[in-house]
Design a protein around this ligand. Structure first.
Ligand code: SAH
Length: 660
């Protein structure tokens, strides 16, 4: 079985059968189509992930599960003739052609239709015909059709399609007055003028544009424009407005945080100065006025250790050195905003007794190589014999230490031995000797243990990345949560912690589209364990500049952020008649605002990668804001972080492959 066949099988098991799809003819058809052939080369590794992907002309290839669901809903028989509206990549047409006798498919974008036609020919599909045109008018020459499927969403059901159905035929189509409010419906033609309609659930598709669809892309307006205007006014009345970060009075925010022991501070991009600076402001006040003593961030453990030593006055400034934070994306931590903040931490600590100094830790797991090195160098000092054994065990992973994502790829083929046991034994050995080692220096022992834990979790992360994407996402967030627990156990269970991570890690995953994919995050885990003792704050912006790369490992660029999508929370906040504000959601100033902000809308996430060209597909997801966060902080216009000038080495991207 080659790599893709394996992934395809995993996709069918995890994304389809696990969700209750039982139709064997559909499963067989999906198994027989090479989805990787329908996707551009640079996205091919995501071919079997549980999501739609961008294709040319700003369109998408549908999520595999949706293709299966719609195909099953058509109840196709082998001798039937089917019409598809919205060829896109040609993938769904290929799936249909494995069941039905003849497939006719229409695409309005010439480039897509031509590419799909050529592709299907090359792959040997003989029973598919592709037409360039407006599918809302159907394809009368070949009517009637036993089944019709529309893979784009329009305001209502085009009459021509109803007319071109055979009696007994089925039409499956997404319909809705706004992008986020589409319903998948099935219409059966039971008589010449008789149709039966069923609702198959909520879906989200690109717009159906044509004579009996939307007029053009810009014509799609959210439903109920009037209530939207009210909502902007409600947000205005329910928020605290401020002019600048330096002059903001945070007393009310501190009151709302009250006795919470964990404050989680998000960001809507990894490259926006205001997000870093505001988090620094809030963190300083929490440290000074509420005795918070731990700052834990979305950076790797070993890198953050350098900062921790620096703020304790025991090491030089790591952001000016070239070693820590030297791998992509360097700007995420080695920037002026962070630099100013850690200098403040150092100054703060310098006049405090040891027991009340602030500590700085990294929760992330991308530092496979340096963590292995740190475990080994620790053991060499305290227990050279065990160090030798550990070196042999880590030898299993060493060949991939600099390219760990390839390790995951290779373990899928089973050609290579999995290193799981070896790395776990090293961690277990360390923990077993806890008393003996930590007697000499508890802090150093703790550091080594955390690195060993990181190696073990990173091994699992990379190994599963190629099986199921959501699984490895979960492992990463679980590792971050586990690390947080270990820090609290090591320091003081009652210690107060501030966490800095991207919104997508911090906003409760249960209130977002992530949960439908089985994904969780640290915000959810923290809420589940600490309940109201945790305060989750999200951040957002409409436009401005951002520091981000165009591809994994690529150079940092200062990019323009596109004004927010019309269906997004950001768009509502942009229309509020003040630029910057704090919006309390746990204890809202007006209850009705919170209620209205719980309706699902799009939300934007910019990671270390920003691709404005495919923004809707690659950077927006659905969420329910007031369930996701306890408070939200808005900056209408933002600017890119400024990287510190230092030596840059190119390596595996720290946040590969998600960019968050
Ligand atoms: N079935 C496709 C999904 C493509 S997305 C796949 O498997 O890849 C929907 C497609 O519908 C887009 O390519 C869009 O350009 C197309 N589309 C939208 N309105 C259309 C119309 N009126 N006629 C034909 N195609 C249309």
């Amino acid at each position: 079985m080659n790599r893709f066949e394996n992934l395809r099988k995993q996709m069918i098991d995890h994304q389809m059968v696990a969700r209750g799809l039982r139709d064997q003819s559909v499963i067989n058809a999906i198994s027989a189509v090479q989805r990787e052939e329908f996707i551009s080369k640079d996205l091919v590794e995501f071919a079997y992930t549980d999501s739609p992907l961008p294709i040319a002309a700003n369109q998408t290839i549908s999520q595999p599960y949706i293709v299966a669901l719609m195909t099953a809903a058509l109840e196709l028989k082998p001798d039937e003739r089917v019409l598809e509206v919205g060829t896109g990549s040609g993938y769904a047409a290929a799936v249909l052609s494995k069941i039905a006798k003849e497939v006719y498919t229409i695409e309005r974008h010439k480039i897509l239709a031509n590419t799909a036609r050529r592709r299907l020919e090359e792959l040997g599909y003989k029973n598919i015909q592709v037409l360039i045109g407006d599918g809302t008018l159907g394809w009368p020459e070949y009517a009637p059709f036993d089944a019709i499927v529309v893979t784009a969403g329009g305001p209502n059901v085009p009459e021509a399609l109803k007319q071109q159905m055979a009696i007994g035929g089925r039409l499956v189509i997404p319909v809705g007055s706004a992008l986020h409010a589409q319903k998948l419906i099935r219409i059966r033609r039971v008589g010449k003028n008789e149709y039966k309609e069923e609702d198959l659930g909520s879906v989200r598709f690109v717009p159906l544009i044509g004579a009996a669809g939307w007029e053009d892309e810009r014509a799609i307006k959210p439903a109920g424009k009037k209530t939207e205007e009210n909502l902007q006014e409600l947000v205005y009345k329910s928020s605290e407005h401020f002019a600048s970060i330096n002059h903001i009075n945070l007393n009310n925010l501190l009151k709302r945080i009250g006795d919470c022991r964990l404050v989680l501070l998000g960001e809507a991009s990894h490259g926006t100065a205001e997000f870093y600076e505001m988090r620094a402001r809030i963190t300083q006040e929490l440290i000074e006025k509420k005795d918070f003593s731990i700052v834990a961030v979305e950076a790797d453990w070993p890198d953050a250790t350098y900062i921790n030593h620096y703020i304790h006055g025991t090491a030089p400034d790591p952001l000016l050195e070239s070693k820590p934070f030297s791998r992509f994306p360097t700007w995420m931590w080695a920037n002026h905003s962070v630099h100013e903040f850690i200098r403040w931490l150092k100054k703060h600590n310098s006049v405090r007794p040891q027991s009340t100094k602030v500590n700085f830790y990294g929760l992330d797991l991308y530092s496979l190589y340096s963590s292995m090195e740190m475990v080994l160098s620790y053991l060499e000092k305290v227990d050279p014999e065990t160090a030798e054994v550990a070196r042999l065990r880590y030898g299993c992973l060493m060949p991939w230490a600099n390219n760990p994502e390839i390790y995951g790829q290779l373990t899928v083929t089973k050609q290579y031995r999995e290193c799981e046991k070896d790395v776990l034994v090293t961690l277990r050995d360390l923990l077993k000797k806890r008393l003996e080692y930590s007697f000499a220096d508890g802090e150093k022992f703790f550091n080594a243990t955390q690195n060993a834990r990181l190696v073990a979790n990173a091994e699992r992360y990379y190994r599963t990345m190629y099986y199921a994407e959501n699984n490895s996402w979960n492992q990463r967030d679980q590792h971050m949560f586990e690390t947080l627990q270990a820090v609290l156990e090591h320091k003081d269970q009652e210690a107060k912690v501030i966490i800095w991570e991207h919104n997508s890690h911090i906003g409760d995953a249960r209130a977002t589209q992530m949960s439908a994919r089985g994904e969780l995050n640290i915000g959810q885990l923290v809420r589940q364990k600490y309940g109201d003792n945790a305060y989750l704050i999200g951040f957002g912006t409409d436009h401005g500049t951002v520091a981000a790369a165009s591809e994994w490992g690529g150079p940092m660029e200062v990019k323009q952020i596109r004004p927010s999508n019309i269906d997004s929370y950001e768009h509502i906040f942009h229309e509020v008649r003040t630029d910057n504000f704090l919006l309390p959601l746990r204890k809202p100033l007006l209850e009705i605002t919170r209620n209205k902000l719980s309706a699902e809308r799009l939300e934007r996430a910019i990671g270390v990668i920003y691709q404005p060209e495919t923004e809707l597909q690659s950077h927006y997801f659905y969420a329910s804001l007031s369930h996701q966060f306890d408070e939200y902080i808005w900056f209408d216009e933002t600017r890119a972080v400024e990287p510190l000038a230092r030596g840059v080495t190119k390596d595996v991207p720290d946040t590969y492959p998600f960019g968050l």
